[in-house]
Structure formats: structure tokens, C-alpha cells
Design a protein around this ligand. Structure first.
Ligand code: PHE
Length: 357
């Protein structure tokens, strides 16, 4: 009996898989197994012999059965461990390198502007792309006869005869958002308004639809000095170059007084444009102190409040930062162009994570 026990316990311990275990079970405790055959011999024994051999055989059978069961569990555990090892997946790995879509440079720069101005406490405001001529012009101190209306090559919405709603236009700039925001939220305020604007114009640097980002900061004592700081801070962050210089040139806009066009420092070497160095200048935006009439039109008291506004071309600064020569290609939906100039869909621009990847 000891031989039987040693033989089967050793074989069970060595069994490689469930089918080997099953073979051993049949051999030992199956109907015609060695232990079962021994039990059949009990009948030929004397009652005294049987009293000793019977319980011993039963104990052996139990022992073999529990060894089989324990080994079965151990084999199953091992199989699970192996599967877990084989099917292990690192969900923190980067996504597949062959990306399918890409983020358009305009969306990218739009997000970059939002990230930079958010850091300086500006929130994002929005307005409609189809607006009344009052918001687009009159409220911004551009009355009906003003030459600026003609200069802007405005798209007017068609009006059916007898329609006496106010005339609507495709907004020619993001400045009407200044009015809408102040009307609703009053002063003080600090916002940017990125969005689409429309003018009937088409050449290498003009498309009928393009993008601007408006800036507006109104408080008790905001000055041109604050404007200059904010813009220099913005351009340094945007072009990722420390200490970019700006130049303010006196200009005229009906909605600001005084008004300035702002240039950033650049150099031209061998036909290559470099931002933030050299003694050349590149015009990038229009700006000024919000005209008192504009504040009044928006319901803000100009005796109490003052501030600056600016308007900048998103497409234009995208072209400068990413070296894109022709604006029209932005809107051609040419897949080769999009793959070349596009950005990874999951690389959201942030100041701490890096603006342009
Ligand atoms: N709205 C002007 C434009 O489109 C830009 C601008 C905005 C100028 C705000 C001054 C202040 O040309």
C-alpha cells in the first residue's frame, strides 16, 4: 500500500496537464484502477484483516482523490497565470504611430492662442458669424456713410422684399463680439474672441473666409502699457522665443482711440524669415484703446471704464509660425497638404506640456 501511495502521489505531483491527471485517476481509483482492484480483494480477507485493510484502503483512495483535486487547482492557476502574462497589455503605451487624421494648423493656432491668453486670465467669448450691421459697424463707431464699410468688402445677406428686420452681414471682423460681450457682462472684463470672419477678397494672402482673434480688456485704469506687455508676452509664448520686441505704429480704427498697428521683430536672411531677431518688422495686428463711443454703445460708462482691444489674424500668425507660404491652401482640403502641415490629434497644446509638440 505504501508503494501504491508513493507511486501515485509522485506521479500526480509530476503531472503536466489535466489529461495526464485524468489518466492517473483512472489508473489509481477508476473502476478498474489499482486501488479499486485492491478493494475488491477485501472480500477474500478474514474479518480481522479486513478491519485493518478496509479503512487503510479508503484512506488511500481519499488521499489520492484529494491530491488529484489539489493538483487540478494548481494546474488551473498556472494556466491562468500564463494567460495573464501572455495577454498583458500596456495601456499607457503611445497610440499607433500611423495616425489617421490631423489637426488643421488653424485649429492648432486657435488652441495655442486660447492656452496662452487663458494663462493671462482671459476667457473665451463667442458671437455669431452672421450679425446685424449694427453690431458689425454702427456700435463700433462706423456709421453708414463711413468709408470703412466699403473698405471691408462686406458680404451682405440677401433680404426678401418687405423684410424689415435689420440688415445682416457676414461679420467682417471679430470686433462685434466686444459689443455683445460688454452688453451682456458689463465691465470689468478680460476676453479673447477667436472666430471666422468674411471679406470679399482672394489672393495669396487673402481668402473670403479667414480667422481672427479679438482681445478686449476693460477695467478702471488699463492703458496702452498693459496692451504692450500682454502682446509681447503673447508673442514670446506663441513663437516660443524669449523677449520678442514689438513696434507700435500710430494708425486709425474708428473703434479705438488712440489706435496702433503692431509689428513684431524679424529678419530676412537668404529669403528666410526669422521671427524675434534682426531689425526688420512685420505687421501682425491692429489695436488701440477702446473708443468711448464703443463703450457707450455696449452700455459701459466711459467716464468710469477704459481698456484696450486688439484684432489679430489667426491664419496669418499660423503662416508665420509654421512657414506656410500660401493662405489659399489652408482651405483647399488637399490631403497631402493636411498631412504635411497637420498636427497630432491627441497633442493638445498647453503651456506646460508644450505648445506645438
Ligand atoms: N477689427 C480690426 C480689423 O479687423 C482689428 C482691430 C481690432 C483693431 C480691435 C483695433 C482693435 O482690422
Amino acid at each position: 500500500m505504501d508503494d501504491l501511495r508513493n507511486k501515485y502521489l509522485a506521479a500526480i505531483a509530476d503531472a503536466a496537464d489535466e489529461s495526464a491527471l485524468e489518466t492517473l485517476r483512472v489508473q489509481a481509483v477508476g473502476k478498474k484502477g489499482e486501488v479499486s482492484l485492491k478493494m475488491r480483494e477485501l472480500g477474500k480477507m478474514t474479518p480481522e484483516e479486513r478491519q485493518v485493510a478496509g479503512p487503510a484502503l479508503n484512506a488511500l483512495k481519499d488521499e489520492i482523490n484529494s491530491a488529484l483535486a489539489a493538483k487540478k487547482v494548481a494546474l488551473a492557476d498556472k494556466a491562468l497565470d500564463e494567460r495573464l502574462r501572455a495577454e498583458w497589455l500596456d495601456v499607457t503605451l503611445p497610440v499607433r504611430p500611423q495616425r489617421r487624421g490631423s489637426i488643421h494648423p488653424v485649429s492648432q493656432v486657435w488652441e495655442e492662442c486660447t492656452a496662452i491668453f487663458a494663462e493671462m486670465g482671459f476667457s473665451v467669448a463667442e458671437g455669431p458669424q452672421i450679425d446685424t450691421d449694427w453690431y458689425n459697424f454702427d456700435a463700433l463707431n462706423i456709421p453708414g456713410h463711413h468709408p470703412a464699410r466699403a473698405e471691408m468688402d462686406t458680404f451682405y445677406m440677401h433680404r426678401a422684399e418687405g423684410d424689415n428686420r435689420p440688415p445682416h452681414v457676414l461679420r467682417t471682423h471679430t470686433s462685434p463680439v466686444q459689443i455683445r460681450h460688454m452688453e451682456k457682462h458689463g465691465a470689468p472684463c478680460r476676453i479673447i474672441a477667436p472666430g471666422r470672419v468674411y471679406r470679399a477678397d482672394y489672393d495669396q494672402t487673402h481668402t473670403p473666409m479667414f480667422h481672427q482673434v479679438e482681445g478686449l480688456a476693460i477695467d478702471k485704469d488699463i492703458s496702452m502699457a498693459n496692451l504692450k506687455w500682454v502682446l509681447e508676452e503673447f508673442f514670446s509664448a506663441f513663437f516660443e522665443i524669449e523677449g520678442i520686441k514689438t513696434r507700435f505704429r500710430a494708425s486709425h480704427f474708428p473703434f479705438t482711440e488712440p489706435s496702433a498697428e503692431v509689428d513684431i521683430q524679424c529678419s530676412w536672411e537668404d529669403g528666410q524669415l526669422k521671427i524675434g531677431q534682426g531689425d526688420g518688422w512685420l505687421e501682425v495686428l491692429g489695436s488701440g484703446m477702446v473708443h468711448p463711443k464703443v463703450l457707450s454703445a455696449a452700455g459701459v460708462d466711459p467716464a468710469e471704464w477704459q481698456g484696450f482691444a486688439f484684432g489679430m489674424g489667426i491664419d496669418r500668425i499660423a503662416m508665420l509660425k509654421y512657414g506656410i507660404p500660401d493662405l489659399r491652401a489652408f482651405f483647399d482640403s488637399d490631403l497631402r497638404w493636411l498631412r504635411h502641415y497637420g498636427f497630432g490629434a491627441l497633442e493638445v497644446p498647453t503651456l506646460h506640456g508644450g505648445l506645438s509638440g
